[in-house]
Design a protein around this ligand. Structure first.
Ligand code: PEP
Length: 261
């Protein structure tokens, strides 16, 4: 069965509650005819409840951008999987490069978060990707494959369905820079990730897992990337902040549009 494409908005540290409400109100009619594509909005904790409320009874999935893998306790400033579920959100970004690089999240922490999200029934979008230096040094695959492998030290690939986890290949040099991977580079990395998932969890598992591309996606460059066979959609930062441009991306990713891959 073909994988269902996904277009996901990562608002990062943007939008007040009122702005979140206005955004969803503007977005929903603009994407009402987009069939066959999953849409997710990853909001800051402060506006997450508003996004849940505004998207209730709609196919749009509300998600958090981060959480901590313990369920409760002395972890000042953190939010747990049960708290995210309590709000009514259904997904969470795990291991975004900004969390890894600015907030020092290690591969092991990312793996623990991925495992806890899965066991809590939250859909994790696990981000992996190399820096510019790593790419230039020819070690892209060493970095990315290591990040993927370590997730499965905590997540039992044999014990879950491929639909229960999503990966996002996000080359760090392309995030927020305006520099996008070529469609061929995105396919190369994502195809290799799928191959590795096959080694780890078997062919049918690998065929079910969605792998998104992220890194300066915008309406003008997305079609050729998501048309690639292993690219199942996008995780979008900057171009998701305006409802109109995110709607364009969602509509372009729908399989019956010319862009959907
Ligand atoms: C992201 O934050 O995941 C991202 C890909 O950002 P941008 O689209 O702005 O590069």
């Amino acid at each position: 069965m073909a994988r269902r494409p996904m277009m996901a908005a990562n608002w990062k540290m943007n939008k007040l509650i009122r702005e979140a409400e206005e955004y969803v109100k503007e977005l929903l009619p603009k994407i009402s005819s987009a069939e066959g594509v999953d849409v997710a909005i990853f909001a800051p904790f402060t506006s997450l409840l508003e996004v849940v409320r505004a998207t209730r009874e709609t196919p749009v999935l509300a998600g958090a951008q981060n959480f901590y893998y313990e369920d409760s306790g002395a972890f000042t400033g953190e939010v747990s999987a049960p708290m995210i579920e309590d709000v009514g959100a259904g997904a969470v970004i795990v291991g975004h490069s900004e969390r890894r690089e600015i907030f020092g999240e290690t591969d092991d922490v990312v793996a623990r978060k991925a495992a806890r999200a899965v066991s809590a029934g939250l859909l994790p979008i696990v981000c992996v990707g190399e820096t510019k230096e790593e790419r230039d040094a020819g070690s892209m695959w060493e970095k990315v494959s290591g990040q993927v492998r370590v997730v499965f030290e905590r997540v039992d690939a044999g014990g879950i369905r491929g639909e229960e986890i999503v990966f996002a290949y996000e080359p760090v040099w392309a995030i927020g820079t305006g520099e996008t991977a070529t469609p061929e580079d995105a396919q190369d990395a994502i195809g290799r990730i799928r191959g590795l998932l096959g080694e780890i969890g078997g062919e049918s598992f690998a065929e079910q897992v969605r792998i998104l591309y992220g890194g300066s996606i915008k309406p003008g460059n997305v079609d050729d990337i998501i048309a690639k066979e292993d690219v199942d959609g996008g995780l979008v930062g900057g171009a998701s902040l305006e409802a109109a441009s995110f709607a364009e991306l969602v509509n372009g990713a729908a399989p019956d549009s010319s862009g959907g891959g």
